[in-house]
Design a protein around this ligand. Structure first.
Ligand code: ATP
Ligand code: MG
Length: 392
């Protein structure tokens, strides 16, 4: 089987393969870019695997960066693009179900491909475009199925994150997980407790954003993986409801987490903090979840308090819960609010102080009260009117 390497991402990286081979080593394109190219999907970050050791790679290329040298990865800089070149390796002993105790560099491509997670991720491509398929990855790709390389039970025992990767790929690629591989996930699900929350959450977010979210979430439930994720463990009913909603792909992490949070009994902020998500995401989802909770009858003040970003997210999310929801109407209502921030009031705290109000909690309360009145269209946003109302 040949692969077309005229795609610019591969084509531009071909000189690297040639240079490594000219120095007497083997080099291949491997991993997700090969899989995605064969599926006709857009590719991102082309990874290269080589028999050359990191020190040897550094001698071949002028510009390199030690991005992950302890794992055998060197970044080669070529005309402004960085390519990760990783030495063939085996990950011999895993004692804690998550990280190899040490990696051993090897000269054999087969040894390297053996330690990869799924057969469709264990394909390699030579510089002439020949696909090296040692584990039936091409057949599995054609059948759209995820099969662990080698013994599934052993592979999940070595690295429990692979189970989350399986459900992530199921959703991302719309592949089915082969029966033995799925059974091994169900059997080893408790090992997920050994994996860092960040890595679990990262795979779960990608699951939420996939084209076959429903299938991914369903397997996440059926295999019991959900029982080992903080805040989701107690949410089987909510997760089932989530899986029953429209399967249309979600556009971003904010809308994905908002839709999920509205289906669960847990506090969105707590869940996302426990899952170690970024503060900006947490705040966005909290605001959007609060607003979605008030739909379809949200007040102007609820729209105002949510803010532009959360309103946009709510407009994306609500149609999943209520197919006839008028999302454009919601956005138009937000646009039409008299003000969009307390700063848009025509008087400030300073103005109130000048007019005789003492600085303190009352000042804040008064400004908030004026804001509420203006947002509700109860008074006009005019300085004299606002001043009068402030002291009324
Ligand atoms: P994507 O880039 O779309 O996330 P990918 O398959 O490239 O998909 P990466 O995490 O970039 O995923 O990993 C690159 C390759 O490294 C994988 O295709 C797989 O061969 C291997 N790999 C990554 N993580 C693991 C793991 N936990 N266990 C075994 N092999 C892995
Ligand atoms: Mg990748």
């Amino acid at each position: 089987m040949q692969i077309d390497l005229s795609h610019p991402d591969f084509y531009n990286a071909l000189p690297l393969l040639r240079q490594i081979e000219a120095a007497g080593f083997e080099a291949y394109f491997v991993g997700g870019s090969v899989r995605d190219a064969l599926l006709g999907l857009p590719i991102h970050d082309v990874d290269i695997a080589s028999s050359a050791y990191p020190e040897e790679i550094k001698q071949i290329f002028r510009k390199t960066v030690d991005t992950g040298i302890q794992h055998g990865t060197v970044m080669v800089l070529d005309h402004g693009t960085g390519y990760e070149v990783t030495t063939f390796r085996t990950e011999s002993t895993y004692q804690d179900f998550r990280r190899p105790d040490h990696v051993t560099f090897v000269r054999s491509l087969e040894e390297d491909l053996k330690r990869r997670d799924f057969t469709v991720n264990a394909l390699a491509v030579k510089q002439d475009g020949t696909v090296v398929d040692l584990f039936g990855g091409l057949d599995d790709l054609a059948a759209r199925r995820l099969v662990a390389v080698g013994n599934a039970h052993d592979r999940f025992h070595e690295d429990a994150l692979r189970m989350m990767r399986a459900v992530r790929f199921e959703s991302q690629l719309d592949f089915a997980i082969e029966a033995q591989t799925e059974a091994a996930i169900a059997e080893n699900a408790p090992l997920l407790e050994k994996i860092s929350i960040e890595r679990i959450a990262s795979e779960f977010t990608r699951l939420l954003l996939g084209i076959a979210r429903k299938a991914g979430v369903t397997t996440f439930l059926e295999t019991g993986l959900f029982k080992y994720v903080p805040n989701l463990a107690t949410e089987e009913v909510g997760l089932r409801h989530f899986a029953s909603l429209s399967d249309a792909q979600l556009p971003d992490a904010e809308s994905a987490w908002t839709l999920l949070a509205t289906c669960l009994q847990v506090d969105a902020g707590k869940m996302l903090r426990d899952l170690k998500q970024a503060n900006a995401l947490i705040s966005h989802v909290q605001h959007a979840t609060a607003l979605v909770g008030a739909l379809p009858n949200a007040t102007s003040l609820q729209l105002f308090d949510a803010g532009a970003e959360a309103v946009a997210t709510a407009a994306v999310v609500q149609p999943y819960r209520q197919p006839d929801f008028d999302a454009d109407g919601l956005l138009a209502r937000y646009q039409a609010l008299p003000i969009h921030s307390a700063k848009d009031l025509t008087i400030s705290g300073q103005d109130l102080i000048k007019a005789g109000m003492t600085p303190g909690p009352l000042l804040g309360k008064t400004l908030r009260h004026l804001t509420e009145q203006v947002v509700a269209d109860a008074i006009e946003n005019e300085p004299t009117i606002l001043l009068h109302a402030a002291f009324a």
